[in-house]
Write a protein that binds this ligand. Structure first.
Ligand SMILES: Cc1cc2nc3c(=O)[nH]c(=O)nc-3n(C[C@H](O)[C@H](O)[C@H](O)COP(=O)(O)OP(=O)(O)OC[C@H]3O[C@@H](n4cnc5c(N)ncnc54)[C@H](O)[C@@H]3O)c2cc1C
Length: 381
């Protein structure tokens, strides 16, 4: 027997959980289908920037593993430049705990979760959409793909064009207390060791999330270079609790995030930042932008969901375009970017403001003077 709903959301990551929460606030009940049993592990450094945390109207400190006030940038394992701030820049989280926390907030507002339910098929019809799992079929007025980088919604509805990928690997590394203490409140970013990308250390309560990522087209030696980075950290005895790799999708021009009765959010829409790989911010943001569009559609105030495309283009994709331009400088000239960063306070000040959500990439580009400004800095150096 088919079960009928107004909204079915696929995926209970930050995008799906936030949408369920936002619609719950409006009194709209949703069904969330999640293929894993919650809480589920997600391969992720778990850095929630202050700007991402500030999007939420509740406090996340209960699930924060550490609060980051310092970023140690290095070039090819050399001496660090320390970017500091007196206020939190980033909260680190374990994604199983964080995502479950977000989902529980939504459930309190009436969202219904069915976990351990993998969606296998989506069929758009004239007045509804049918969503199938191995043992059930659900009928809904609309479907939301919040199902991550390998989105079945995007695939089934042929909305998976206009995406480029970053390949990322990460290990959760359990280290001794004294090793852990060295990383307290500090993340490390190395710009040179991974051609076409970067490597990182994000501290958690009992472990370090150590990873690396680069453009998928340049990932041939990613594992070898990651190992080099890991060895350079001089960590004493450690055990690898978990290790994995995952794609990070970033959209290119003309990305379709809406079609008929379907919307895509977060990674399913390819909304990660091509410069940093940050995806939690736009997962939450896209959900918050989708909620009023869905409300208008369900109440009849709007005839369709097309406004979502316009608003995502304006508020997110334009910004990602600028990040893509900046990413090109970082990828091509990591040594020079590092030199500029370490010699001029302007770049760190601008980067810090982006992390805090006080400015955007367009303003940063202006602040550093665009390509002309960067070339000028290079010549001076
Ligand atoms: C190694 C690595 C490090 C990263 N570090 C950071 C970081 O520090 N900070 C940051 O902001 N971003 C980071 N990211 C990116 C971030 O993880 C993603 O952008 C973010 O998880 C996107 O959230 P989402 O809700 O869109 O998708 P996801 O978090 O991927 O959630 C999608 C959900 O959908 C479920 N699902 C998938 N298919 C189906 C199906 N067929 N049926 C039902 N359910 C399904 C999945 O099980 C999952 O729970 C990192 C990514 C990687 C790979």
């Amino acid at each position: 027997m088919k079960q009928n709903y107004d909204v079915v959301v696929i995926g209970a990551g930050p995008a799906g959980a936030t949408l369920a929460y936002e619609l719950g606030k409006k009194g709209i009940g949703v069904l969330v289908l999640e293929k894993e049993k919650l809480p589920r592990y997600k391969c992720c450094a778990g850095g929630v920037t202050s700007k991402a945390a500030n999007l939420l109207d509740f406090d996340i400190s209960a699930v924060a593993e550490d609060v980051i006030c310092e970023v140690a940038f290095t070039f090819n394992l050399g001496n660090p430049f320390l970017g500091q701030h007196s206020e939190p820049l980033i909260y680190t989280v374990m994604r199983d705990v964080f995502d479950h926390f977000l989902m529980q907030r939504a459930q309190r507002l009436g969202a219904m979760l069915m976990d351990g339910k993998r969606v296998t098929q989506i069929q758009l019809g004239g007045d509804s959409v049918e969503i199938s799992t191995a043992d059930s079929t659900f009928r809904s007025r609309l479907v939301v793909g919040a199902d991550g980088a390998y989105s079945i919604v995007a695939r089934e509805l042929s909305m998976n064009r206009g995406i480029e990928y970053i390949t990322a690997i990460e290990s959760e590394i359990v280290v001794a207390e004294d090793d852990l203490a060295k990383w307290k409140s500090r993340v490390r970013i190395d710009l040179g060791v991974i051609p076409g990308g970067y490597a990182w250390v994000f501290p958690k309560r009992g472990q370090l999330s150590i990873g690396a990522g680069c453009r998928a087209s340049r990932a041939r030696h990613l594992n070898r270079n990651y190992q080099k980075f890991l060895n350079s950290l001089s960590i004493g005895n450690y055990t690898i609790a978990r290790s994995g790799s995952h794609l990070i999708p970033t959209c290119t021009e003309g990305r379709l995030v809406w079609q008929d009765r379907a919307l895509l959010l977060g990674d399913a829409a390819g909304l990660t930042d091509p410069l940093t790989g940050e995806g939690i911010y736009n997962a939450i943001r896209s959900a918050q932008l989708a909620a009023p569009v869905i409300e208008n559609y369900l109440t009849g105030a709007a005839g369709g969901l097309q406004d979502y495309q316009q608003i995502v283009d304006k508020k997110i994709i334009t910004e990602l375009r600028m990040a893509r331009t900046l990413a090109k400088y970082f990828i091509r000239f990591p040594r020079l970017v590092f030199r500029i960063l370490s010699k001029s306070d302007r770049v760190w000040r601008a980067e810090r403001k982006v992390i805090l959500g006080e400015t955007d990439y367009a303003a940063v580009n202006e602040e550093v003077g665009g390509l002309k400004g960067i070339l000028g800095q290079l010549l001076r150096l």
